[in-house]
Design a protein around this ligand. Sequence first.
Ligand SMILES: [Zn+2]
Length: 305
Amino acid sequence: MKKSTFAIFLIMLISLAACTPSESSKTDIKIVASTTLVGDVVSQIGGDHIQLTVLFPVGADPHTFEPRPQDVAAISEARVIFLNGLELEHSLESILDSNATGSIVEVSEGVEVLPFKGNLHEGETESDHAVGDPHTWMDPNLVMIWVNNIETALSELDPDNATDYAANAQTYLAELTDLDAWIQTEVDKIPVEARKLVTDHENLGYFIHRYNFTLVGLVVDSLSTGASPSAQDLSALEDAIKEQNVKAIFIGATVNPNLTEQVVKDTGTKLITINTESLGEKGSDTATYIDFMKKLVTAVVDGLQ
Ligand SMILES: [Zn+2]
């Protein structure tokens, strides 16, 4: 290498080193997300500019999760706390009220909420169901609303990086558009008259609505996993499964399968376990929202064929 060439090479190396964002990736913008699903979408938009803590552990049931001491610390330090909303995180209400200092953003804000279709049970009032179905992630088009809410909140908090948040949002919105098209293609493998679902609780409402399925029944006739069905509820469900020749019952991985196993035994249908409320561990095939939906849709399509 000639001396002059070497000098140019050195200058290039030095300028490359100066461009490396070694310090800027160490951010102090502390952000909290409640569920693993909300956390994944927030991280897609926030990237390296945010320091994200996800409260609910992988595999936790968001309907019944009890906050821990470290969650209180994370909540009190967060500049923004992203919740799914629609009372999915009602277990966090009191610690949010007493400890949150940052803004609280419900990512589902602006979604056209589906009403709960089930019956009222002992101890429940109309107002318990008035909020509607919180499982908005079951339709990627609604997660696009999440993306816009997250981008707006992060850009207001950190305007210096707003162009990055906008670019990340655009990239991810395109991936969600592709996901929606992929789901439609997969679902089209099942004739509309065979698109009959039984689930453990009312968690696939938005999926059912978007992709033209029918909800035949629920093992637990509730928006939450916390309720328990009566003997009459279960025998009515078993009758419906037999009459409509339902091929499978889909149960969330965070749910106790005992009741569903009884229904499967009585009706001769199949039990298929899917992740519905939480992503899987890092590195697993359900570690991101998009992979989670692909796995869920594949299970539904295979189960009903
Ligand atoms: Zn649920």
